[in-house]
Design a protein around this ligand. Structure first.
Ligand code: CDV
Length: 309
């Protein structure tokens, strides 16, 4: 057995006016709880340090950049890194990254148990739109504020296993999972901020969104025989509701732990990374069963085209 005890640290809502220090204090409280439960790794949501700011249309670049981090760790997050190192717990969380070259990404990082960053991922599948869209019930301006990630979907050999990351909307794309599956991924960690209603289709409510969330994650876990830890930022932020649904899913695609509410909440599970082997060596033994001669369209074409006849 190669057991990694994982804490999925759901965050409740973060209001626009809440400062990073306040949020980091909440993250540390969850980390302390995780230490008491013997966690090796604690995973926090996408854009964990602030409200989900891409819902706000902004034209002043200085206002936009106030939501971004220029270095990591920084003064606000240093106490979290120090506390994690003190407990000997690895952490992963998302934040808005502004690079020295002036590029902006929706990023997540993973540390080792001494608090050193060992992996960074930049969100590839950015949802939403780039301009204010009055037809929507709410805005989702990730395409305005971020550029698509430029690092692909790496998998890192760390913490005794093969670990990959993706972020929120990435979970809906089978390509995300398969690229990591092809690197023998054993654990995927991801955070999300999912509004509980579709801004373009009111009938797609919280229940349907929760269904799509689980459908995507459970399929990704099963079809690649990997553990998945998916962590929400949940609840109502300045009048905008985000669904919960933090889960830990095993390599069979079964939900083994699930958050109960929409506030700060820690769920934990002892994940045996060796449990990924059965699926990887049988029905999803890629080397034996995949037929790549038939998959060319996946990388040749991005949009769907109907057959000519
Ligand atoms: N933060 C996200 O990526 N949210 C999307 C919403 C817009 C659907 C998601 O896939 O959950």
């Amino acid at each position: 057995m190669r057991t990694l005890t994982i804490g999925a640290a759901q965050l409740g809502p973060i209001q626009k006016a809440d400062g990073r220090q306040e949020v980091v204090a909440r993250m540390i409280a969850l980390l302390d709880e995780a230490a008491g439960k013997g966690c090796d790794l604690v995973v926090y949501p996408e854009l964990a340090l602030t409200t989900f700011f891409p819902r706000w249309y902004m034209t002043d670049q200085a206002e936009v950049d106030a939501w971004f981090e220029r270095e990591m760790p920084n003064a606000a997050t240093r106490p979290l890194f120090d506390k994690a190192a003190g407990h000997g717990i690895a952490i992963s969380f998302g934040y808005a990254e502004l690079t020295a070259e002036g590029r902006r990404f929706n990023t997540s990082i993973l540390t080792d148990k001494s608090g050193s960053i060992v992996a960074a991922y930049r969100k590839v599948h950015l949802p939403g739109h780039a301009e204010h869209d009055p037809a929507r019930t709410h805005q989702h301006l990730e395409k305005r504020y971020f550029e698509p990630g430029d690092l692909g979907f790496p998998v890192w050999r760390t913490l005794g296993g093969n670990i990959g990351m993706c972020i929120c909307n990435d979970r809906r794309w089978p390509e995300t999972w398969r690229v990591m599956g092809l690197q023998d991924v054993e654990l995927v960690v991801l955070g999300f901020n999912t509004p509980s209603v579709n801004s373009q289709k009111a009938e797609e409510d919280g229940e349907k969104r929760h269904f799509h969330h689980l459908l995507s994650i459970q399929a990704g876990a099963y079809q690649n025989s990997t553990w998945v830890v998916a962590v929400a930022k949940a609840g109502t932020e300045d009048g905008h509701h985000l669904m919960g649904g933090t889960v830990i899913v095993d390599p069979d695609g079964t939900v083994v732990a699930e958050a109960q509410g929409e506030a700060d909440e820690l769920i934990t599970y002892a994940c045996d990374l060796d449990a990924t082997r059965f699926g990887k060596e049988t029905v999803f033994d890629f080397a034996r069963h995949r037929r790549i001669e038939h998959y060319g369209l996946i990388t040749e074409r991005s949009g769907a085209e109907a057959p000519s006849q």
